[in-house]
Write a protein that binds this ligand. Sequence first.
Ligand SMILES: [Mg+2]
Length: 376
Amino acid sequence: MVDSEKQTDNSKQITEISAVPNPGLVEFSQPILSKNRELLPLYQNSRLYSMLKAQKKSEGESAAIFTDIDDTAFLLSEPETTKILFDEAEQQNCPVIADTGNQIQVVERRIAEGELPYFQAICSSVGSQIWVLKQDGENLSYIPDLKYRKKVLATGFDRKEVVKSAWQEIVSKTASGQELKLQFQWPEDEQAFLNGEPYLENQEFKVSLQFEGDLFIAKNLKEQFAGIFPKFRVSVCQIKPLEGERALYYLDILAFDKADAIDYLVEELDIDSGIVAGDSGNDISMLSKSSDKIHSVLVGYPKPEALLAMEVIISQEGVAGRGSFRRVPTATGTKLFYIERNGRKGPHSVKRAVELLIRARAISRIKKNLALANNG
Ligand SMILES: [Mg+2]
């Protein structure tokens, strides 16, 4: 349950990482961005950008894998499969970008310990922050995307006000005798924060609560909090099953979430297509409402709230396709959804979905060439 870990011991490390100056080298004289927009210096000499550029050169378009970490890109029971996924992506020059509930210092520690490979970028704290991998000589470090931070700030997320409103809700729900055990994830820290102490590190745009209940209660509570905070994002995520139908859940109130982080990167880096993979409640937003260019993959053995949300989406009217991928109409077009049905776990599902899409891309290219030949 790494999502729940509160890490404050790495504060020194994070300060150093944040302080690494951007070398500002421009590796590519001709940015690949098709839109009339400057590439941020942060990305100019990143591996992330060079991989996208290499793909664009060889395939005519660029793709990326966005993925949740635990039980999606990484399985505690089969840690080696993450490396296989990364190696295959590397061969295709396809960057792998983490989109995780973990705080940046937790992911960095796991990478330093060898548990996880280096992601080309990390969307941390449920997508409320973005960090880009930069190489400076021998040193690899993650640098924060300050343009994204500016956008998050522009939502007007006043952490103190959010904590106060959430506190009122906790008090009223507790007084009404509901057996939710609704509480902040770190009650003492939130109390101290209201008393003028700084917020927890990397929690600037995130207020986290927890509760106990079943799937129905979880859905209701998510809707209630979304009603209280209409300008912000609310995610509910099962952490561990309890007796019967009950489970422990986290509820996050966020300025921006995992979907916002993906849409930002797709736009900033002019990414043409890709995959987003997840398994639990805080992945629902990125799976359901990130850019249509990015195909959604719900890996095997998902948490019940994520499976329910995805089943609702693919059973809507107008959904096409009977194979592995379903074509779901959206406000702006259609989005492809893959729900693992064959018992594959985490990275195996992601790999499978990538293979299917590569095959589809190859078939469509052959068809296009044939059409050209026939017309010619
Ligand atoms: Mg997960």
